[in-house]
Design a protein around this ligand. Structure first.
Ligand SMILES: O=C(O)CCC(=O)C(=O)O
Ligand SMILES: [Fe+2]
Length: 714
């Protein structure tokens, strides 16, 4: 038997041995990295029950025993180097020639990976040799490389029970000085080959080299070939493996997002996977009708969809009822559940069993704050072909989203190095992240298997925190897709359902949705340089500004409030207590809409004013003297006598329709002998207030006319 000479040799071959009982996401990631680097790999214990005890605590002797058994046939080989490594939380970053070169540079027969903590027996610290330059001093059993013959000798030196601790076992073998010298065992203290990430997170960086990222140990200036998310560093590894090996680069973007995808367009409609859309309404949510409309608009054969809506609050029951009676028939089946908030976890788990009983291929979970503006979202997520994946949604104009890039030590939100880039679409792709919420697509298969089924109940955590935690613990990778824009998140925080039509009050908190619902669809046309604004009378301009729905809801708010002024000259709402030209009206202040209205003027009215009366700017938000809704009818006040407004300019928005809701009415500009009577709902008149535009409100002969007036000054 020839003695092994540990020098660089070009006849050496490398074999990777690993142990995995399940093809978890981590396992697949490991195999992908091995294949990418062309490494010959043998997996031990696959699809056999794990014999090494609870993976969370000690165990792993089973692993060493499998290695020993696998090394047996090679025990006489002198040209074979074997790399023993964990799989679920390991990624390989180099090919065999690099690994072998690094190995032979050690001039050792066996090299063991290291870490900063002495585990599981802290008392052994002093028995470890001192390491210079703050190198990693203690053994990590997740990575060992050596000549097959020497590894065989090492592992057959002493038996270990399947339930024994592999790290402690290897440590004791190493701390046996005679054996260490005899077998020429060395530690990789400077991460030449192995990088354990736990307690070393600050030592490593991703660095861009030749247009792709490599992992660099900046402490020792090395480029490790094996990276191990040991201990509490699993999420750090997950984050790095969004980039390495060869996953994402600034030049190409996502390299692997198109791998293993499904092409739904190759399916006949009748063969589409079945999906249970599970909607959860946990709290009163603004813009809920729009939410439901977007559910209805999901582009997917409805015969392949089951729709379940679970409400935990009474407020939206009627919306749901109306919705289901209108569209329910189109779906394969629909389910409506009204539950109490105490039942929220159980109700969620119940939808898992609903999915299983309907044999659905996917469960698409959607909370009422998650607006899927993009009807292709469901198809896109199915095509991504992940066990669980969320479309990235954000609150418009905010950094708030439905995923976290990292976790703090106590399990809450932490900002990852790439969070803002992902939220802002500077980096697009499919990202492995530690927390997702609000909307996600899950494969039915993960719900059927208790080893992968998520749970909404963990410790005393909120259901959403529990959900992601359970998946992290089960080793199921959660992904977020930001390759497209899918929609946005609603903010329900300030939604006050004691108000009439409370969405009108939501301009500050949900401006995007407010504009979608209330700003006239032609509003932007007002700024088209090819269009001249309508000018029905001299210097009286006319703009589409709000929707019919806005006008309807606005009138309802006023009528619900009901305290119209009496139309007399005495007006206690005014500082002076006197109104020369009184109308029967309600002020914005009286219904709590003053600040919303000023914001509306600033955002949507000022820019129009600047377009027609050039060179006049409101310095800051427009100042107004009065903002009010006027109600004309033959029984109350039918007309308004000629007058000047106390404003620089006035806006006058028609809230309902002549000829339909009332007869007569309109605004007469006496100096120009010009009347505007064909008011259009949601259109705004803008005219100078004083001097030139002496005007009157024409008589309403029938029905009720409502207008919204603001006196802007300046
Ligand atoms: O009835 C109209 O359109 C004009 C109303 C008016 O001038 C006012 O309220 O100051
Ligand atoms: Fe007026």
């Amino acid at each position: 038997e020839s003695e092994v000479r540990p020098t660089a040799r070009d006849d050496l071959k490398l074999l990777v041995l690993t142990v995995a009982s399940d093809k978890t996401d981590g396992y697949k990631r490991f195999i992908d990295s091995a294949n990418l680097n062309g490494l010959k790999t043998k997996v031990l214990g696959l699809d056999k029950p794990w014999q090494g005890g609870n993976m969370k605590s000690v165990g792993g002797g089973y692993k060493l025993n499998l290695y020993l058994e696998a090394l047996e046939p090679y025990k006489k080989h002198v040209d074979l180097v074997v790399l023993l490594t964990d799989a679920y939380d390991v990624v390989l970053l180099a090919n065999s020639s690099i690994i072998l070169k690094k190995f032979t540079e050690f001039d050792a027969s066996i090299v063991v990976s290291t870490e900063r903590s002495c585990w599981p027996d802290k008392n052994l610290v002093d028995r470890y040799p001192i390491v210079d330059l703050d190198g990693y001093r203690f053994i990590n059993s997740g990575g060992v490389i050596g000549y097959a013959s020497q590894l065989y000798k090492l592992l057959s030196e002493k038996t270990i029970k399947d339930l024994g601790d592999d790290q402690l076992h290897l440590t004791n073998l190493y701390l046996n000085t005679d054996l260490r010298e005899k077998l020429k065992i060395k530690l990789d203290s400077y991460a030449s080959l192995f990088q354990s990430l736990y307690l070393a997170e600050d030592d490593v960086r991703l660095r861009l080299v030749n247009k792709s990222y490599i992992l660099e140990n900046i402490h020792f200036n090395t480029h490790p070939a094996v990276v191990h998310g040991n201990g509490l560093s699993k999420l750090t590894l997950n984050s790095y493996t969004n980039y390495i090996p060869n996953k994402w680069s600034p030049e190409i973007g996502c390299n692997t997002c198109q791998d293993n995808t499904i092409n739904l367009s190759a399916y006949k409609k009748d063969d589409y996977p079945t999906v249970l859309i599970s909607v959860f309404v946990d709290k009163p949510t603004p813009f809920f009708d729009e939410f439901l409309e977007k559910i209805e608009n999901i582009d997917y054969p409805k015969s392949r969809l089951f729709l379940s809506i679970t409400t935990l609050v009474d407020y939206h029951k009627d919306h749901v009822k109306k919705f289901i009676s209108r569209v329910g028939d189109k779906y394969n089946a629909t389910f409506v559940f009204h539950k109490t908030t105490d039942e929220n976890i159980h109700a969620r788990h119940f939808t898992f069993s609903l999915c299983s009983s309907k044999l659905c291929d996917y469960l698409f979970y959607i909370e009422s704050e998650a607006h899927l503006d993009n009807p292709q979202t469901l198809k896109t997520l199915i095509e991504d072909n992940k066990k669980i994946i969320a479309p990235m949604l954000t609150r418009p104009f905010k950094a708030w989203s439905n995923f976290w890039g990292a976790l703090s030590k106590d399990g809450f939100y932490a900002r990852s190095f790439d969070y803002m880039d992902i939220v802002n679409y500077n980096k697009t792709g499919i990202w492995n992240v530690p927390y997702i919420c609000s909307v996600y697509l899950m494969k039915g298969t993960i719900l059927e298997n208790k080893y992968t089924r998520p749970s909404y109940k963990e410790d005393n955590l909120d259901y959403d925190m529990a959900f992601s935690k359970s998946l992290r613990e089960k080793g199921v990778f959660m992904y977020i897709d930001n390759q497209y824009t899918f929609g946005h998140l609603i903010d329900s925080e300030t939604f006050d359902i004691t108000l009439k039509n409370p969405e009108v009050f939501q301009l500050f908190d949900n401006r995007y949705d407010w504009e979608q619902r209330y700003i006239h669809p032609d509003y932007m046309e007002n700024f088209n340089p090819d269009n001249k604004p309508a000018e029905p009378c001299p210097d009286v301009f006319w703009f589409p500004i709000v929707t019919e729905q806005f006008c309807r809801e606005f009138i309802e708010i006023m009528e619900n409030f009901g305290k119209w002024s009496d139309g007399s000259n005495n007006d206690p709402r005014l500082d002076t207590g006197y109104e020369a030209v009184p109308t029967r009206d309600i002020h914005m202040r009286q219904v709590g809409l003053q600040s919303v209205w000023l914001e509306f003027l600033k955002l949507f009215v000022s820019p129009l004013q600047e377009r027609v009366y050039h060179g006049y700017y409101s310095d800051g938000p427009p100042q107004t003297l009065m903002n009010f809704v006027v109600k004309y009818n033959p029984l109350g006040q039918a007309s308004l006598r000629p007058h000047h407004d106390s404003s620089t300019y006035t806006i006058n928005i028609a809230l309902n329709s002549p000829g339909k809701d009332y007869h007569g009415g309109g605004c007469h500009f006496l100096r120009y002998k010009c009347k505007v009577t064909d008011m259009k709902v949601g259109w705004m008149l803008m005219h100078p207030g004083r001097l030139t535009h002496y005007h009157e409100g024409l008589e309403v002969t029938n029905g009720t006319r409502y207008i919204m007036i603001s006196f802007v000054d300046p």
